[in-house]
Design a protein around this ligand. Structure first.
Ligand code: NAG
Ligand code: NAG
Ligand code: NAG
Length: 388
């Protein structure tokens, strides 16, 4: 007990002494505290001034952008030229035709590109569904990455299943049903052009079908198209019933019969003409309303429109060979047994045309129509006859 009391007592003694010192501290506090406080305030103000000055001079903007680039990567990307320069990797979009054509009609007004632009050829496949000649095309494109892009317009119901390694993998664009000889066919072609125009690197645009094959290797075709002064749009004035006979006088004054043209739908156009086609709102309604079967609009709309707008940019001939010699409403289709060296000799050597205003014997770069049974003999003969 003693010790407890003693200890308590000693504690209380200690308490007392603490209290005593506190009391003496309280007495001296106001003066010393004020001194300390004043010193502290002065320190703070000095430090703040130095900090603000330093940040203003050196760091604030870079500090802010650093924060931005760390936390808002999307914003940073949206502001980069790469968004306009790089090829879109995903071809699917939710734009309607109207929205797509509007977007595709954007044109840079400064002609010189502020970056290294390697011009590409857009190969646009207008198909029903499968591509039975795909293996031939795969071989054709192999080793030329960066110089071409592939686009496929097929029936909307068709589900493509190309392997990841294929040049056709995920190259389908949002499509709608297209009927031969009807405006829906031209709509599909404009849809292909518009999607391909979204890639600023595409400079030349070639329309092909699933039954088309290339007649030369990639290098030859690229050079031929690149060096041409003209775009290869078939356009001729046919005075007969299947030409001028399809003209409707309601198309005047926008379309005069003297400019009425006919040509195969399988064209090659450069970027300028591709834009003309997607941005057209003058001729489209005339053709839609007054060129209906037996006026086959896909044979007249683009050739006539471009003959009116830019006649001097047209070669007026197609670069896709077809055989109409068997007669009838459809050109000949070639199967496995037709594929011989002599067959290709006949196509490749029997031509005369002008190329850049000079006589030439290289006149067609593609040929149609080939049946799926042609695939196997074609792959055998291609290295020797087609050069790839
Ligand atoms: C079509 O053009 C010719 C001259 O090329 C002109 O004489 C004629 O009046 C024009 N027709 C129409 C309907 O504008
Ligand atoms: C194509 O035809 C138009 C007239 O329709 C003409 O002005 C142009 O010179 C022709 N192109 C070539 C390469 O001859
Ligand atoms: C492409 O074909 C041309 C002519 O047939 C030939 O000279 C050239 O070597 C071929 N190029 C390649 C890369 O095979």
């Amino acid at each position: 007990m003693q010790t407890r009391i003693g200890s308590v007592g000693s504690l209380e003694e200690g308490k007392d002494s603490v209290l005593a010192t506190r009391t003496s501290q309280y007495k001296t506090l106001p003066w010393r505290a004020l001194q300390l406080f004043g010193f502290f305030i002065a320190l703070c103000i000095t430090f703040s001034i130095i900090t603000i000055y330093t940040i203003r001079r050196a760091g604030i903007y870079s500090a802010v952008t650093t924060v931005k680039s760390n936390f808002v990567p999307c914003d940073e990307q949206a502001n980069s030229l790469d968004n306009w320069r790089k090829s879109p990797t995903n071809l699917l979009h939710s734009m309607s035709d109207n929205e797509l054509l509007w977007r595709a009609s954007f044109v840079p007004r400064i002609k010189k590109y502020p970056f290294n632009r390697l011009p590409k050829v857009a190969f646009m496949f207008l198909t029903k569904g499968p591509l039975p000649l795909a293996p031939l095309w795969e071989r054709f494109f192999k080793g030329h990455e960066g110089l071409y892009s592939v686009y496929i317009h097929s029936l909307p119901s068709f589900k493509a299943d190309f392997p990841r390694s294929s040049v056709f993998y995920r190259r389908q664009i949002p499509s709608q049903a297209a009927e031969w000889g009807r405006m829906s066919m031209c709509d599909a072609e404009r849809r292909l052009l518009a999607n391909a125009l979204l890639d600023i690197s595409n400079e030349w645009f070639i329309l092909l079908s699933e039954s088309c094959i290339p007649l030369y290797n990639f290098s030859v075709i690229y050079q031929y198209v690149m060096k041409s002064k003209y775009s290869f749009m078939g356009a001729f004035d046919d005075p007969g019933p299947f030409g001028r006979g399809r003209y409707n006088h309601n198309m005047a004054p926008e379309v005069n019969i003297s400019k009425w043209r006919k040509g195969s739908q399988w064209f090659e156009v450069n970027r300028k003409l591709a834009i003309n086609i997607v941005e057209d709102v003058t001729f489209y309604p005339k053709f839609e309303q007054f060129c209906r079967p037996a006026c086959y609009v896909d044979e007249h709309y683009f050739p006539t429109m471009l003959t009116i707008q830019t006649p001097n940019l047209l070669a007026n001939r197609s670069i896709t060979w077809v055989d109409w010699s068997r007669g009838g409403p459809h050109p000949a289709t070639f199967g496995g047994s037709d594929i011989t060296e002599e067959f290709f000799k006949r196509i490749l050597e029997g031509q005369k045309c002008t190329y850049n205003d000079q006589p030439s014997s290289t006149c067609v770069l593609f040929a149609r129509k080939f049946a799926p049974s042609a695939m196997e003999p074609l792959s055998r003969i291609a290295p020797k006859v087609l050069g790839f």
